[in-house]
Design a protein around this ligand. Structure first.
Ligand code: ZN
Length: 323
């Protein structure tokens, strides 16, 4: 294995427990200083030190920083409604019969509402008060305001848990997965979707940003889930290579086996470093991705204007979209 310049880190690697890190980047996509390190023993990538307090950031500031609003605007509901339909399609065989499910990071409630209309028994948890309250009032959803660590649900409550684009934002993905493991029934299914650090469809300077504290590839996500007591049963990568959706089955945790296991991933750090270093602006603008992105964005904006012109309520918009 290649050894890169060793640096210090303020906390050990969440996957393998090691502290042999190299610095992968020093700026974020907004051009601010953001120190991103990679564990040389397993390839886990994280912002070190954390750029903000993850908890207070998500309680109130996140939606405002990201979208400039505390309740979803019509175009956001439409967008999220379309995403919800694609997520349901991704779930495929795992939702053939009605399930008792939890959606972590419910956001404006569009996906949870879709699943509820399809006959599933859905609960949600969302730290942002404005979004959580909106989803309860607008769609009649059961959504707790808060973080997953504070959820008021008994152990072994759910057949299925979905966590879409949340894990990369959390302060401790290991503890989040451990919590989800306890909430699932025996043999229950966990669906995790996160961006992959191997993606090259975005501009190279957009790879790292303050909101994504942890950056996974399939190997590190699988290893962390394995450590907590899950086995991967399926995985899908989006057409543009940006996101991975990974399906895990809950196993019983064998504490003595867990203590003996080695969670390093030989070669993974070198692989990721190579992908990130080779993803240069010149190469990126020689691909079709940036141009495709631009045209998609333009046509999306026009379609959204048309589709939300006669907006009455979120519920009416989604009911029309979902039928
Ligand atoms: Zn590691």
């Amino acid at each position: 294995m290649q050894r890169h310049q060793l640096e210090t880190c303020s906390q050990p690697c969440t996957v393998c427990g090691g502290s042999n890190v190299a610095v992968l980047a020093t700026t974020s996509r907004s051009g601010n200083a953001l120190r991103t390190v990679i564990c040389q023993d397993c390839g886990m990538v994280w912002s070190d030190p954390f750029p903000h307090n993850p908890r207070s950031f998500y309680e109130d500031d996140y939606r405002v920083a990201y979208k400039g609003t505390f309740t979803p605007k019509p175009k956001h509901i439409l967008r999220a409604g379309k995403v919800a339909l694609s997520r349901r399609a991704l779930l495929g065989k795992w939702i053939e019969k009605p399930v008792k499910m939890l959606d972590v990071g419910t956001g404006g409630g569009e996906f949870a509402y879709l699943m509820q209309t399809l006959g599933h028994d859905v609960s949600g948890i969302e730290p942002n008060k404005g979004y959580a309250e909106y989803s309860r009032e607008e769609y009649g959803l059961k959504v707790q305001i808060g973080f997953i660590q504070d959820i008021n649900q008994a152990p072994e409550s759910f057949d299925l848990i979905t966590i879409w684009h949340v894990l990369e934002h959390t302060e401790n993905p290991h503890d989040v997965l451990t919590k989800l493991h306890s909430l699932l029934k025996s043999q229950g299914i966990l669906v995790v979707e996160v961006p992959t650090i191997e993606a090259t469809c975005q501009s190279p300077k957009s790879t790292f940003h303050e909101a994504h504290i942890f950056n996974f590839n399939l190997a590190t996500l699988n290893k962390l889930a394995e450590k907590v007591g899950f086995t991967q049963v399926e995985h899908k990568v989006s057409a543009d290579g940006a996101n991975m959706t990974v399906f895990f089955r809950k196993n019983a945790i064998n504490e003595s086996a867990k203590a003996q296991q080695n969670f390093t991933i030989p070669g993974n750090a070198d692989k990721i470093i190579k992908i990130v270093k080779n993803h240069t602006a010149i190469r990126h603008y020689l691909t079709l991705w940036p141009y495709q992105r631009f045209f998609n964005r333009m046509s999306k904006a026009i379609n959204e204007k048309l589709a939300t012109a006669d907006f009455v309520s979120g519920k009416q918009l989604l009911d029309k979209l979902y039928t």
